[in-house]
Design a protein around this ligand. Structure first.
Ligand code: ZN
Length: 180
């Protein structure tokens, strides 16, 4: 009898652990480790692509653009995953914490605020941008995969990093919905 009990308990524990793993696994699978955005200009022409990777510290964005006007351009995560020219459909900057705009803001920044892009004379740029204020993990308040999604937007002018709410960055020249 004693031997039977010693065998039975570990089996029961193992069975319970297996049930827990089965219950947790689908929830983890729903949060993507990578995401993507194809950026198009107002005429619908593809002008860039971004690959987003979730890291332990934030989201690494590998961006490549083609045929963008040379110079400095603001680059933001916008609050709505909808890119209909002239891209006001993408809403304001992604700002789940209700902060003021700008990487130099004294009251935090928008989660969607990022450094300017510096596009060279040939109009093509490959750059890596790191954003520690956003996540791809669903269910988090700062997730780019919230109810209405998110979009990456490039502006006509540079972001001055302080003017609320949009950094005086001018028109939106390219937009891409963030997708899994
Ligand atoms: Zn902002």
């Amino acid at each position: 009898m004693t031997i039977h009990r010693q065998v039975a308990w570990p089996l029961a524990v193992a069975a319970a652990a297996a049930v827990m793993v089965a219950a947790v696994a689908p929830a983890l699978a729903q949060s993507p480790a990578i995401a993507k955005a194809v950026l198009k200009d107002k005429s619908g022409k593809e002008v860039g692509e971004a690959n987003l990777t979730q890291t332990k510290n934030g989201v690494l964005i590998r961006l490549s653009v083609k045929g963008i006007e040379p110079g400095e351009h603001a680059f933001h995560v916008h609050a709505v995953g909808k890119c209909e020219a002239p891209f006001t459909s993408a809403g304001g900057h992604f700002n789940p914490a209700s902060h003021k705009h700008g990487l130099e803001s004294a009251e935090g920044a928008h989660a969607g605020d990022m450094p300017n892009l510096h596009v060279p004379q040939n109009g093509d740029l490959k750059v890596e941008v790191f954003n520690a204020m956003i996540t791809l993990a669903k269910g988090q308040p700062n997730s780019v995969f919230d109810a209405d999604g998110s979009a990456l937007v490039i502006h006509a002018k540079a972001d001055d990093n302080k003017t609320d709410p949009a950094g005086d960055a001018g028109d939106r020249i390219a937009c891409g919905v963030v997708t899994e």
